[in-house]
Each structure stands twice: as C-alpha cells, then as structure tokens.
Design a protein around this ligand. Structure first.
Ligand code: NAP
Length: 248
C-alpha cells in the first residue's frame, strides 16, 4: 500500500483501544495524526508520545465529540495546525447496556449522541475542507451488531445501524467530489470496552466466531488504513466486516 506521507488524519477516540491502533497504523504509513479523547489524559499522552516516536506530527485534543464546538475545534486543529484534513475516522464510541424495559432515557441519549451525532458533527466540519481539496477518506466505526441486533444494546445497535445509513447517504452526496465514505463493522475485539463484559457473555460470543479468537485492535486498524488509503478511491458506501466471520 502506498505511503500516507503528506496526509493528515483525524481519529476520534484515539487514546485507547481500536482508535489508538488506528492512529499508530496511519502514522506508520506516514500520516500526521490529530486524535481526540474524552478524559483519559494519561492514555492520550502515551498515544501521543508513541505517535511522535514514529516521526510524524501529532496532536491530542480533549473534547466530547457530541459537543458541536468541540467537534469543530478538533477538525480545525488539523486544518490550521497540520495543513488540512485528508482522512477522518469516526471511532469514538461508548456503551450503556441494559434491557429495553429498564434502559434509562439518559443512557439512550448518551449513546446516540456520542456514537451517531458525534460522527455527524465531525463529518459536517470535515466536509468543507475536503471538498475544497477535492479529496477525502471518511471511515465510520460501526459494529457487527448493527445488522444482527443484540439483547441489552438497543441504544448501541441503533447508533451503529444509524452510522451505516449515514455512511451510505454521505457517500452518495460526496461521490463526485473525490471523497469516499465507508464503514467498518468490527466483531468482538479485545479492548477495555469488551473487558467489561461478564465472562459468560464473552464465552458465548467467542463460540460464534469462525476464526476462533477475538479480534485485535490491529486487525481493525489494518482495514481502516486500507479504506483510508489513496488506492481505495473507487470504494465508497461500503461496510467492511472485520469480525473473523462472526456476522456471516
Ligand atoms: P474503548 O477501548 O472504550 O475506547 C473508546 C475511545 O473513545 C477512548 O479513546 C475514549 O476516550 C473515546 N471516547 C469515548 N467517548 C468519547 C467522547 N464523547 N468524545 C471523544 N472521545 C470519546 O473502545 P473500543 O473498544 O476501542 O471501541 C472503539 C470503537 O469501535 C467504538 O465506536 C466501538 O463502538 C467500536 N466497536 C468496538 C468493538 C469491540 O469489540 N471493542 C466492536 C465493534 C465496534 P478516553 O480514553 O478519554 O475515555
């Protein structure tokens, strides 16, 4: 795959887990990286140091993606300090699991606001500079559960299914302007998010994976890097599953 030298990427939720692996993979390919995080400063500083060790320009920006001003400030950091935005990865996400009948309204809103509205706000801020440059690669982090549903996750599944609809719609709006918009749908990936699952739920999930192992953040990062590359310019509006066959 060709070099990403001279490109600037924005990755939301880049301090830990899948987002961190994406930042590092894009940097290894030569891209400068701006990433956001919610509040874990220690993790953000560690990722930032690792990015700088790879010899690229890097910035860590604390802020809630669901806050329009913070989303705009994140994209502005790339445009004003690192010369533009060529790649946007909407990765930041949270869970607030519960069965529908006891799910609190505030937990529904928090998940939709972070996972779905946050991605919209970042895309809205990124589109103008990408259109000016007639170049852009947007990758949205969906999930295997967007298409299958999952008990206890109606808020999360709705946000991840919504991301697919948003991906396809924006792909159609931007198709003629050199901007691609795709989604990645990871299965069960070993991160802090899944570490919170009860053992029984983890075992049940593992038994449904043909690859017979959980995925790694690096498995997802490789797929994102491909969709974010120049070579993927004729792929748009797609959902790429990275799930060891779990969603088949
Ligand atoms: P994670 O380990 O919990 O990391 C979440 C990241 O998002 C952290 O960097 C966190 O920042 C950041 N974040 C959370 N809320 C934010 C907000 N409001 N504004 C800005 N940043 C925020 O999660 P992960 O497992 O890597 O998941 C990453 C993405 O992949 C999520 O969208 C998730 O839904 C999706 N996904 C994960 C799996 C899986 O099995 N793990 C499967 C399918 C899809 P702090 O460090 O500051 O908290």
């Amino acid at each position: 795959m060709g070099s990403m030298t001279g490109k600037t990427a924005v990755v939301t939720g880049g301090s830990r887990g899948i987002g961190r692996a994406i930042c590092l993979e894009l940097a290894r390919r030569g891209a400068n990286v701006v990433f956001s995080y919610a509040g874990n400063t220690a993790a953000a500083e560690k990722t930032l140091a690792e990015l700088k060790e790879l010899g690229v320009e890097a910035r860590a920006v604390q802020g809630d993606v669901a806050d329009p001003a913070a989303a705009k400030a994140l994209i502005d950091t790339a445009v004003k300090e690192l010369g533009g935005i060529h790649i946007l990865v909407n990765n930041a996400g949270i869970t607030r699991d519960n069965l529908a009948m006891v799910l609190k309204e505030e937990d529904f809103d928090a998940v939709i606001n972070t996972n779905l509205k946050g991605a919209f706000l970042c895309m809205k801020a990124a589109i103008r500079p990408m259109m000016k440059a007639r170049y852009g690669r947007i990758v949205n982090m969906s999930s295997v559960v967007a298409l299958r549903g999952n008990p206890g996750q109606i808020n999360y599944c709705a946000s991840k299914a919504g991301l697919i609809g948003m991906t396809k719609s924006l792909a159609k709006e931007m198709g003629a302007r050199g901007i691609t918009v795709n989604a990645v749908a990871p299965g069960y990936i070993a991160t802090d998010m899944t570490a919170a699952l009860p053992d029984a739920a983890r075992e049940a999930m593992l038994s449904t994976i043909p690859a017979n192992r959980p995925g790694t953040p690096e498995d997802v990062a490789a797929a994102v890097a491909f969709l974010a590359s120049e070579e993927a310019g004729y792929i748009t509006g797609q959902v790429l599953s990275v799930d060891g066959g779990m969603g088949m």
